[in-house]
Design a protein around this ligand. Structure first.
Ligand code: DI6
Ligand code: FE
Length: 403
């Protein structure tokens, strides 16, 4: 693509990341930017000079942003899925050394190349469903070397496939077996070795924790955030997923980009998020998979105007789901989001949860990351679970998918 390649779509229905535009729109990209986004009648001859006709009719959205995934891992946990069907709970399996720790064993055994090859088709599935920006967490290595190995794989995926990858160090995901009974020592390792090592190789864009009775306490997570802050890294948290420990409110005090899961969040937690400007990341795939019944406090979040993002949480245990448009549907069906809220959650608000506010929006001057869908209305993307509707996917002004 030359720096001045210009693409023009006519008579499009535009969802810009926050709302649907009421009239038929023209979308024009030049180079890696959106140059014009205007009602059809406002398009001038000068605007389209030299532009290539890229299509007409259908829906345009920003490229989807999947702001919470665990895409890099070894093995799979289908056996645990069967155990849960026989009545074992997620927490029971974790306490017995399965769950996250089963994936840790498989991930430690795998080479960097093997992890890359295993993750590639999963990431391709997200791309084929419209994702142009994805966050990938570590958290299945739990040694300095294995966490860095996961982050390197994440960075390499972003170099090999046409997608923007944002990485997150999740060293405090589970207590590795060699630290049994010494969880504070493990937190020392995360703070004093893992975070500095990730920073030294520029492998982490943020730091995450799992604040839960089966993982780490609020005080331990706070120490991780202090270390992250000392190294200039933004923070986020898996919090209030299985119980209410107050991890979200503490994370908000550290200016968390987001608090994720949050089914058990209370009013105090919502108020803390509002004050901190944190994004609420809802993960309906995990809710569905774990057959959770406690609903996240959507009404209170709306009332407090806390931005709500949606993500796949793609992982081998609690959300083996690699289809972002399915999350749009689940968020509406299970959490009663509107289709507009669901789409904003996977575009503008997802980008904000990654501190990439220039993404997830269609606006003049924004990066030309967009999807063209073979549907008539944006709401259809949430209404029907139907692969194959992505007509074109553009990243950085380049068409990478053209059905
Ligand atoms: N919560 C989750 O949903 C993922 N991690 C976490 O802290 C699940 C990870 C897994 O089960 O492998
Ligand atoms: Fe997660």
């Amino acid at each position: 693509m030359s720096a001045n390649t210009s693409l023009l779509w006519r008579d499009m229905t535009v969802f810009d990341g926050l709302r649907e535009h009421p009239e038929p729109m023209a979308v024009l990209t030049r180079g890696d930017r959106v140059e014009r986004l205007c009602p059809m009648h406002a398009l001038t001859g000068a605007d389209i000079d030299g532009a290539r006709e890229a299509g007409s009719h259908g829906v345009v959205t920003p490229g989807l942003v999947d702001c919470h995934t665990h895409l890099v891992f070894g093995g799979n946990r289908a056996g645990e899925f069967e155990q849960r069907l026989e009545g074992a709970s997620y927490a029971e399996i974790a306490k017995a050394g399965g769950g996250i720790l089963a994936t840790v064993r498989a991930t430690r055994e795998a080479s960097e190349d093997a992890l890359l090859e295993a993750a590639r088709p999963r990431l391709q599935a997200l791309i084929d469903d419209g994702v142009t920006c994805v966050e990938i967490k570590s958290g299945y290595g739990l040694t300095v070397a294995d966490e860095l190995k996961m982050l390197r794989v994440a960075r390499r995926l972003g170099e090999r496939l046409p997608v923007r990858v944002v990485t997150t160090l999740l060293g405090a995901h589970a207590l590795p077996p060699e630290y049994k009974g010494a969880s504070d020592d493990y937190i020392d390792l995360v703070c004093n070795e893992m975070i500095p090592a990730a920073v030294a190789e520029d492998l982490a864009d943020a730091v995450d924790v799992f604040c839960e009775s089966i993982a780490f306490s609020v005080a331990q997570c706070e120490r991780v955030f202090q270390a992250a802050r000392a190294h200039g890294l933004p923070i986020k948290a898996h919090a209030e997923q299985l119980s209410n420990l107050g991890g979200t409110a503490m994370a908000a005090r550290y200016g968390a980009l987001s608090a994720d899961h949050i089914e058990y969040l209370d009013d105090e937690g919502v108020a803390a998020m509002q004050e901190a400007g944190s994004v609420a990341v809802l993960l309906p795939g995990a809710f569905h998979t774990l057959r959770e019944t406690q609903l996240p406090p959507v009404g209170a979040l709306r009332e407090a105007r806390v931005p709500i993002a949606l993500a796949t949480d793609a992982n081998p245990g609690s959300s083996p789901m690699f289809m972002p448009t399915l999350m749009l549907n689940l968020a509406c069906t299970l959490f009663r989001l509107t289709p507009r809220e669901a789409l904003a959650g996977m575009t503008a608000h997802g980008a904000r949860a990654l501190r990439r506010p220039e993404l997830g929006r269609l606006a003049e001057g924004a990066p030309a990351d967009l999807c063209v869908w073979d549907v008539e209305r944006p709401a259809e993307l949430a209404y029907a679970v139907q692969p194959g509707r992505l007509r074109q996917r553009v990243i950085n002004g380049e068409v990478t998918h053209d059905a």
